[in-house]
Design a protein around this ligand. Structure first.
Ligand code: SF4
Length: 162
């Protein structure tokens, strides 16, 4: 059975920087959970960050730039948390290899999980086009990454599979 990696906060786990979750309400996702398809993961917590924690943004680019060492992750308190974000992304990669995962549903706008939009590094609530660090690592390794607003596309892929 095709497994799907999913952001843990979308499944209701209390892992977000603000000590909250963002549980999805979707019958398709509930069905996949019942089937045992979903592998939930939070790269920031896995990488060593606590909950709650200060918000972090990518300064000078997106997740691809972080991997190329052109950009870093800074918290609003001025701490460089790039190593924790990169470690979490590497752990996500281990997980997709272990479970032969080719599809991920990751939380939009996150500096780890974002797939098309992220905050611009100014902490002024401005979005720019770009992806988070974990998304960049997964895409580099052939995983199809979708946001929580693209469940229809994921459903179509799952229905095509074995
Ligand atoms: S890193 Fe991803 S899984 Fe963890 S709280 Fe942020 S969006 Fe959710």
């Amino acid at each position: 059975m095709e497994k799907i990696l999913i952001s843990a906060c979308l499944m209701g786990d209390i892992v977000r920087y603000d000590g909250r979750q963002k549980k999805m309400d979707h019958v398709g996702v509930e069905k996949w959970e019942t089937q045992g398809r979903l592998v939930r993961f939070c790269p920031e917590v896995a990488g060593g960050l606590k909950t709650p924690r200060p918000p972090a943004e990518i300064v000078n680019g997106d997740g691809q730039d972080v991997l190329a060492q052109r950009a870093k992750l800074w918290t609003s308190a001025g701490e460089d948390v790039t190593p924790q974000f990169v470690r979490g992304a590497a752990m996500a990669l281990d997980l997709i290899k272990t479970h032969a995962i080719k599809i991920a549903i990751l939380k939009t706008k996150s500096p780890s999980c974002g797939s098309s939009l992220i905050y611009d590094g100014t902490f002024e609530n401005r979005l720019i086009a770009g992806m988070g660090v974990t998304t960049a690592v997964l895409r580099k390794n052939g995983v199809l990454v979708f946001s929580e607003y693209e469940i229809k596309a994921v459903t179509a892929l799952i229905n095509l599979g074995p």
